[in-house]
Design a protein around this ligand. Structure first.
Ligand SMILES: Cc1cc2nc3c(=O)[nH]c(=O)nc-3n(C[C@H](O)[C@H](O)[C@H](O)COP(=O)(O)OP(=O)(O)OC[C@H]3O[C@@H](n4cnc5c(N)ncnc54)[C@H](O)[C@@H]3O)c2cc1C
Length: 456
């Protein structure tokens, strides 16, 4: 139990202003984007300014048995950075330095830098940092590493893990380790940096990352195709994935097209069963790739196919896919989810979700990263309506049940957090869960780092 004087002594060891105990400010760190009604209130927030600050916090926490919740930008939708009563929320938001080295094509970044800032800094040097979670403008690069974030372009370019060469991590006892390096071929010993990727703040706190950058690709060509039935779109997507690797391959269901049209007034075909949007950034080969994608869409029953090589028009083609979240957000509260079923069963999933929506009166739409077989059901309900909220969460549970029946999984790219540990327990063999626990126990024997998150 830490006394008042212990907290005073911690404050003196930290950078000026890093320790926050003002009750009003503490309130703003209770929630992440899962908006958990059971979120606690932290005993203190530390806005670390250096690896040294993080070490001080973890030494203090270890000494006094206080739980620490690492926090980037708080966009977790699974409660990964939700506060717990009496715990320290350790925010990395002030550690935002970015250094790009064009010679080695690497970026050394502090964890609090936003993903969009890393992408922008890479682009300023003529380079590209590919991972593109839809939240890239509001989430941190440290949070991306801690959740192994992915997005639409991962079909071609891979996920966050594929760009991490090295990292600095503070362990639960306050010691610091440097893992990996700035070389791509640093293959000696266990790949320990990978162990911390996706560890959701349960094994250590990432205070620096070395990222691999690649040459910037040419602007993409974009194709949009309507299909009467979802099954035709998934067949087309399967044929496209077998023939090439487009830089994006997305499918919106009928409900998502309707929500986007109501918001954008773009004259979308709201009678279509699915809208497939594909992109190619293959430069000189892009036109041929688009031509082949268009042909495969037509062979599988597309009613209309539009193609553009103009970057601005391409943004218009892909806009409906991104507008879905905005449209529902403008109306109320959103539950964003991430599930996966085999592509061949996506039509059964979207039909089932339509039935769940009709039965429950909840708005349910979905879009799918088709080549990764990763579907985002998005549910919406009005602000302040408890009955509607209850119906929406029940509808989400019904979708999870359906996904399981279709041979799929209900934890994919958003992480496991605090809210999906039961689902992970159901999805992993007992021996693997035990291995996870052994690793956690050996690195954090007192269970100080983000207890209750990730590991069932
Ligand atoms: C609108 C919206 C769209 C989204 N779209 C996507 C998407 O397309 N793809 C996707 O993968 N995710 C998506 N997400 C989820 C979320 O944005 C990602 O999980 C993101 O990587 C979290 O980053 P963050 O900085 O907000 O982390 P936080 O929410 O602050 O933390 C997330 C987890 O990482 C841990 N953590 C954070 N920083 C560190 C650190 N430095 N060291 C150790 N642990 C740390 C936390 O303890 C927590 O467990 C979306 C979320 C929203 C709200």
């Amino acid at each position: 139990m830490a006394e008042h004087r212990d907290w005073e002594s911690l404050e003196q060891r930290l950078s000026a202003g890093a320790l926050v105990t003002d009750p009003d400010l503490l309130m703003s760190y209770r929630q992440d984007w899962s908006f958990d009604p059971l979120a606690g209130t932290p005993r203190a927030v530390v806005r670390a300014q250096s690896t040294g600050d993080v070490q001080e916090v973890l030494r203090f926490a270890a000494e006094h048995g206080i739980v620490v919740i690492p926090r980037g930008a708080g966009t977790s939708v699974v409660g990964g950075s939700t506060a717990l009563d009496g715990a320290i929320t350790l925010s990395l938001e002030k550690m935002t330095a970015i250094h790009v080295d064009p010679t080695t094509r690497t970026a050394t970044v502090e964890p609090g830098a936003l993903t969009v800032e890393v992408k922008t800094a890479a682009a300023a040097a003529g380079l590209f940092y590919p991972p593109d979670p839809s939240s890239f403008e509001i989430c941190s690069i440290g949070g991306n590493a801690a959740t192994n974030a992915g997005g639409p372009c991962c079909i071609k370019y891979g996920v966050t893990a594929d760009y991490i060469l090295g990292m600095t991590v503070v362990l639960a006892d306050g010691s610091v380790v440097e893992l990996g390096s700035d070389r791509t071929k640093d293959t000696v010993g266990l790949a320990l940096a990978k162990l911390f990727v996706g560890s959701e703040g349960t094994l250590g706190v990432i205070t620096e990352l070395t990222l691999r950058l690649i040459p910037a690709p040419p602007p993409p060509h974009t194709l949009a195709a309507y299909f009467p039935q979802m099954a035709q779109a998934t067949d087309a997507a399967a044929a496209i994935s077998a023939a090439m690797r487009p830089s994006e391959l997305e499918i919106m269901d009928n409900a998502a097209i309707g929500v986007a049209e109501e918001f954008l007034h773009m004259d979308l075909d709201v009678t279509a069963g699915a809208l497939l949007i594909a992109r190619s950034d293959a430069g000189a080969a892009a036109a041929a790739e688009m031509e082949l994608i268009g042909r495969l869409c037509q062979q599988h029953g597309a009613t209309e196919v539009f193609v553009t090589e103009d970057a601005e028009e391409g943004e218009m083609f892909i806009r409906p896919r991104y507008a879905v979240y905005e449209a529902l957000e403008a109306k109320g509260v959103i539950i964003g989810d991430d599930v996966a079923v085999p592509l061949a069963r996506l039509a059964e999933l979207t039909e089932g979700m339509a039935r769940i929506a009709q039965r429950s009166g909840v708005t349910v739409v979905s879009y799918t990263h088709a080549a990764d077989e990763l579907t985002h059901p998005v549910l919406g309900f009005p602000f302040g309506d408890d009955a509607a909220a209850g119906a929406a969460f029940a509808a989400r549970d019904a979708i999870h049940q359906l996904v399981t029946e279709l041979g799929g999984t209900v934890t994919t790219e958003y992480g496991v957090g605090r809210h999906k540990t039961a689902q992970l327990a159901g999805a992993l063999p007992a021996a693997l869960i035990e291995l996870n626990r052994k690793i956690k126990n050996s690195l954090d024997p007192r269970n100080i780092l983000n207890p209750g998150v990730l590991i069932p």
